[in-house]
Design a protein around this ligand. Structure first.
Ligand SMILES: *Cc1c(COP(=O)(O)O)cnc(C)c1O
Length: 352
């Protein structure tokens, strides 16, 4: 059957009426890429079957589209004319795109100076009203939660249960792509904790086996690992720069029920894994997206996870072009040569 987005594909598992008007950009159906070179790097000779779920290939470049098709479809159904969210950037871009498609007004609150360029550019291009606040994501979430109590505006952050309904389709896809069974380990970054909660819902509902969940938080923004709110979260992985996750309780449930692990990884380790993904496998992601892999690598090194013969899936949550500034900062600048073949030949001879 032709792919028409995650709601159409997995209707039987979603609480929408048959006649609902779906707002979709044909999200989902992202590749599950086998990563043997990377597996050998993080667990030599262990026979680890490592897969990368490349969610950066969704229509707006992040997994947020899975939840947004559901949240905007429901908002339209309920007669909303305006939607709002707080965002570290990807929710904003996704909400803006789906709102544009549905003809809704869209407001997004982002932390001033802490949103990656590709996310800001897209949100503006889709015509959202982007409001930069002099505070954190958590402050923005408090503001939008309060405003929807006062005004008839639909909230499309992952506190909206429809977001999780859409996002849980990621689990269905992984199981389908693995030939009908869950992996041993499911590794992902944890920010506001919507995604970890949604994946766990999906695995439980599909009834084809359960993975153990490995969540990674950035060391400077690791409230769930620390067990307390982080007032001033810091990390270059801006998508997970969150100090008080809205889905904290559900994340703990997913970890507990799955026999999972939540761990903190430093920004240096996030960048190391980010580089490995690009250089060993040709998969370019934004920094936060490498956090699941960084957590897996770290837990294998610590002996907390035995990789021998296991299957692990790392969710790569967002595309590398979301955050071009970090990519350029991390690289050595390009070489400049005169525009002639002799110069190129001389360079190749010297650099052999
Ligand atoms: C939103 C996001 C996350 C974190 O997901 P949560 O549901 O907030 O835990 C991680 N990576 C990227 C790229 C994101 O956009």
């Amino acid at each position: 059957m032709k792919w028409q987005g995650v709601i159409q594909q997995y209707r039987a598992y979603l609480p929408f009426a048959d006649d609902v008007q779906i707002v979709t950009l044909n999200e989902g159906n992202t590749p599950l890429i086998r990563a043997d070179r990377l597996a050998e790097q993080i667990a030599p000779k262990a026979g680890l079957k490592l897969y990368l779920k490349y969610e950066g290939l969704n229509p707006t470049g992040s997994f947020k589209d899975r939840g947004m098709t559901a949240a905007i479809t429901q908002a339209v159904r309920e007669g909303a004319k305006t939607v709002i969210c707080a965002s570290t950037g990807n929710t904003a871009a996704s909400a803006a795109a789906y709102a544009a498609r549905a003809g809704l007004r869209c407001l997004v609150l982002v932390p001033e100076g802490k949103i990656a360029l590709g996310k800001l550019a897209a949100s503006l291009a889709y015509g959202a009203e982007v409001i930069s606040i002099n505070g954190s994501f958590d402050d923005g979430l408090d503001m939008v939660r309060a405003i929807v109590e006062r005004l008839p505006i639909a909230l499309v952050n992952s506190v909206n249960p429809w977001r999780l309904e859409g996002q849980k389709t990621g689990s269905f896809e992984i199981i389908d792509q693995l030939g009908g069974q869950a992996p041993d380990w499911h590794c992902l970054p944890v920010g506001n904790a919507g995604n970890i909660s949604a994946y766990w819902l999906g695995y439980k509902q599909y009834g084809k086996g359960l993975p153990r969940i490995l969540g990674g938080q950035a060391a400077g923004s690791a409230p769930i690992v620390l067990g307390h709110v982080v007032e001033k979260p810091e990390t270059l992985a801006t998508a997970i720069r969150i100090g008080n996750p809205a889905r904290w309780r559900q994340a703990l449930e997913a970890l507990d029920e799955s026999g999972g692990i939540i761990t903190a990884v430093t920004d240096a380790k996030i960048l190391e894994s980010w580089k490995l993904l690009a250089r060993l496998e040709g998969v370019f992601v934004e920094p936060a997206s490498a956090t699941g892999l960084a957590a897996l690598k770290q837990q294998i090194e610590l002996g907390e996870i035995d990789p021998v013969g296991k299957t692990a899936v790392c969710i790569l949550t967002g595309h590398g072009l979301k955050d071009p500034a970090t990519a350029v900062d991390q690289a050595t600048p390009p070489l400049t040569l005169p525009a002639n073949v002799e110069a190129l030949e001389a360079y190749l001879a010297a650099s052999k």
